[in-house]
Design a protein around this ligand. Structure first.
Ligand SMILES: *[C@@H]1O[C@H](CO)[C@@H](O)[C@H](O)[C@H]1NC(C)=O
Ligand SMILES: *[C@@H]1O[C@H](CO)[C@@H](O)[C@H](O)[C@H]1NC(C)=O
Ligand SMILES: *[C@@H]1O[C@H](CO)[C@@H](O)[C@H](O)[C@H]1NC(C)=O
Ligand SMILES: *[C@@H]1O[C@H](CO)[C@@H](O)[C@H](O)[C@H]1NC(C)=O
Ligand SMILES: *[C@@H]1O[C@H](CO)[C@@H](O)[C@H](O)[C@H]1NC(C)=O
Ligand SMILES: *[C@@H]1O[C@H](CO)[C@@H](O)[C@H](O)[C@H]1NC(C)=O
Ligand SMILES: *[C@@H]1O[C@H](CO)[C@@H](O)[C@H](O)[C@H]1NC(C)=O
Length: 246
């Protein structure tokens, strides 16, 4: 690079600026994730949940990390506190059911008394499915009274029959003003499961957007290299022409 850019100092400046911009973007992203409260339990562990239908075949596959965000009246602190709790996959039981146009996944935790149910709906006409309802009930030791919330007008994790839905980015499902669920690294297939594996994945819009930045930076860098190379070649041609005239 120094050889190519040595001829023109401006080009070295531009290259350094692009590299700096790329580094700053990474640094900024890292700072955003660390600037959370002291109660932040970190990223939840990913759990794999399989629901089998009455005839023993797998009918719903889910793989995701789940984090509960509940604001409740605390016994120990004698006030309303927001609590973020990660679902521990190895301490979570799962069950569920599969119908022709609805399927559900029910999770319950051993350590703290929590039940969480995801309901998926399939539209047979459009062959599209989505997460339509999530309900949560929790009776933790520190809760003055149990908390329960349900949102049956959800429209997320949208996919096509025969495909799985996939989203690496964090998403939030709002059940009530003081109850929400953060999902991480989701892959689900609530309908049309054949065998024990996910169908081809349909990736969410958020992931595509996240991919866009490296693509733009890469394209910019490639363009820059091309310009520098051209400048170098033109410069060499000129100096050759110079020798010929002498
Ligand atoms: C099992 O039941 C599902 C519907 O619940 C059906 O689609 C599938 O074909 C059945 N499999 C077998 C082996 O009977
Ligand atoms: C809890 O707080 C309320 C006021 O917010 C107070 O009246 C009550 O005595 C407190 N209870 C305990 C056990 O500290
Ligand atoms: C679950 O896994 C965590 C680490 O991933 C471990 O600390 C914990 O003891 C495990 N709990 C059970 C019930 O196996
Ligand atoms: C199912 O999809 C079709 C076609 O997109 C639409 O017209 C219909 O309203 C949908 N049905 C439900 C129950 O959402
Ligand atoms: C969760 O479900 C179990 C079994 O149905 C029930 O015994 C328990 O009370 C439920 N917990 C909550 C917090 O609703
Ligand atoms: C249920 O979810 C929808 C879609 O995210 C949201 O617009 C609505 O506010 C939620 N309902 C409640 C009660 O929070
Ligand atoms: C938890 O929910 C509250 C609002 O109820 C929100 O302000 C906060 O950012 C959420 N925290 C996380 C880690 O999702």
């Amino acid at each position: 690079m120094t050889q190519i850019c040595g001829v023109q100092s401006w080009c070295l400046g531009v290259v350094l600026q692009v590299i700096l911009a790329a580094l700053l973007h990474r640094g900024f992203a890292a700072a955003q994730t660390t600037a959370a409260s002291h109660k932040d339990p970190g990223r939840p562990e990913k759990g794999n949940y399989v629901v089998t239908s009455s005839n023993g075949t797998e009918c719903l596959l889910a793989s995701m990390g789940l984090q509960l965000n509940i604001t409740f009246n605390s016994v120990s602190e004698n006030k309303t506190v927001p609590v973020i709790m990660n679902l521990q996959p190895n301490a979570t039981k799962h069950s569920g059911s599969c119908g022709s146009d609805t399927a559900s996944l029910r999770l319950s935790t051993d350590t703290e008394n929590t039940n969480l149910t995801f309901v998926f709906t399939l539209n047979a006409t459009s062959t599209k499915y989505h997460l339509s309802e999530v309900s949560l009930s929790a009776a933790w030791k520190d809760m003055k009274e149990p908390v329960s919330a349900v949102n049956s007008s959800l429209d997320s994790l949208r996919g096509t029959l025969g495909y799985s839905y996939m989203c690496r980015e964090q998403q939030t499902l709002i059940l009530a003003q003081d109850v929400s669920i953060n999902t991480f690294d989701v892959q689900v297939q609530p309908f049309g499961v054949t065998g024990e594996q996910f169908g081809a994945a349909e990736e969410c819009k958020l992931d595509e957007d996240d991919m866009l930045i490296p693509i733009i930076v890469g394209a910019a860098l490639a363009g820059l290299v091309l310009i520098v190379l051209l400048a170098y070649l033109i410069g060499r041609k000129r100096s050759h022409a110079g020798y010929q005239t002498i």
